[in-house]
Design a binder for this molecule. Structure first.
Ligand code: NAD
Ligand code: TDX
Length: 349
């Protein structure tokens, strides 16, 4: 298998590359990433060089919304599959400015679809989110794959638009596509702007822990390794034109998540600061993943309590990783690797 992964220097994409290097060592992986603020080559620093030396991994810096670059990569590349993780992914940023979200999440997806189709890529996997379904009241049934899309943030609106495009390419062009929709991920290498890593890092560094509103909003939390196993199962066993939900069966109120983190790090409740709520803040997400269980033989394996404890430990043991993100030093790695790996050139060549 020769596969192209976009966004493989981000949180979930880099965990996915790591999973493939360990469990599909015979595959050839091309990692295409624009290295935005969220793309950090240090996420794969310990595995990339050895995999490159074995001819199993290449990094290419390219923007998925750059049609010429994407077409140039895919034409003649003879890829068996393309898995699109690349996105602007932070809801708060989409509220401040939605333009980069439309460009990457919508236009980028369209360019990947058109290029993959004309290059004859055999399968296209779109990594999407439960946020496309909107939000739930406290007693509503969880989202299933047939729940109508009702996105409420600019981020989720662009992800929903992309999902519609992907499924329309199946319907119209008979492209072999699969869409995955997952709940909130946590685990190693998550950029410390998202709730869990932000709270862990702030707890460790003596800062306040900003909880939006009263902390009553509910998310379903899944360990990133479980999500990555789901994406791999969808790639290998998913039905063309299908959507698969993945969840962690771990609904928690934000305040309870923050309390678990401060308990784990060993700091007091007085560090919590209730701040102005996020505009349009989705109340609750919950996922029905019975289709993935029945058709992909997939289930989440990690309990939230043990996964969170492992994650807190990872951030305690990997201070250098997040300190370099916080002080901006990680951008030096991005610029260095970018100077080696501009479009078409393997990193380190
Ligand atoms: P992330 O922000 O950590 O990483 C995104 C990656 O995409 C970065 O490496 C960035 O450099 C790259 N990228 C951004 N714009 C690009 C462009 N124009 N061209 C090429 N590369 C570009 O995101 P994440 O949390 O790892 O999320 C990955 C995917 O999973 C996204 O599609 C997201 O919508 C989806 N998802 C995330 C979660 C979650 O909880 N984090 C849950 C469900 C689905
Ligand atoms: O400082 C904070 N304080 C706070 O109370 C932050 C950053 C968040 N929150 C709240 C908002 C949400 O209710 O915590 C919850 C989780 O927030 P985020 O980590 O920003 O995630 P969310 O908005 O739920 O979206 C995430 O899950 C679905 C990812 O960022 C998306 O990419 C994914 O699609």
């Amino acid at each position: 298998m020769k596969i192209l992964i976009t966004g493989g220097m981000g949180f979930i994409g880099s965990n996915f590359v790591r999973l493939l290097l360990a469990e599909r060592p015979e595959w050839e992986i091309w990692n295409v990433d624009a290295l935005t603020y969220a793309g950090n080559p240090e996420n794969l620093a310990d595995v990339a060089e050895a995999a490159e030396a074995r001819g199993r991994y290449r990094f290419v810096r390219a923007d998925i919304a750059d049609e010429a670059a994407v077409q140039g990569l895919l034409d003649g590349g003879d890829f068996d599959a393309l898995i699109n993780f690349a996105a602007e992914s932070h809801v708060d940023r989409s509220i401040l400015s939605s333009a980069p979200f439309v460009r990457t999440n919508v236009v980028g997806t369209q360019i990947l679809l058109d290029s993959a189709r004309s290059a004859g890529v055999k399968r296209y996997v779109q990594v999407s989110t439960d946020e496309v379904y909107g939000d739930l009241g406290p007693d509503d049934a969880p989202f299933s794959e047939t729940t109508p899309l009702a996105p409420s943030s600019p981020y989720s609106a662009t992800k929903a638009a992309a999902d519609h495009l992907v499924l329309a390419y199946h319907h119209t062009h008979r492209m072999d596509v699969v869409v995955t929709r997952c709940s909130n991920n946590y685990g190693p290498y998550q950029f410390p702007e998202k709730l869990i890593p932000l709270m862990i890092v702030n707890a460790i560094t003596g800062k306040r822990l900003p909880v939006y509103g009263r902390g009553e909003n509910v998310r379903d939390w899944i360990h990133v390794e479980d999500h990555c196993r789901g994406v791999l199962a969808a790639l290998e066993r998913g039905e063309p034109g299908e959507v698969y939900n993945f969840g962690g069966a771990s609904e928690r109120r934000n305040l309870d998540v923050v309390r678990a983190i401060i308990g784990s790090v060993g700091v007091g409740e007085e560090r919590i600061e209730y701040v102005t709520d996020r505009p349009g803040h989705d109340r609750r997400y919950a996922i029905d993943f019975r289709r993935a269980e029945a058709e992909l033989d997939w289930l989440p394996t990690r309990s939230f309590e043990s996964g969170l404890a492992d994650t807190v430990r990872w951030y305690l043991e990997n201070r250098e990783w997040w300190a370099r993100v916080q002080d901006g030093a990680y951008r030096q790695s991005a610029e260095m690797i970018a100077s080696w790996g501009s479009a078409g050139e393997p990193a380190g060549a």
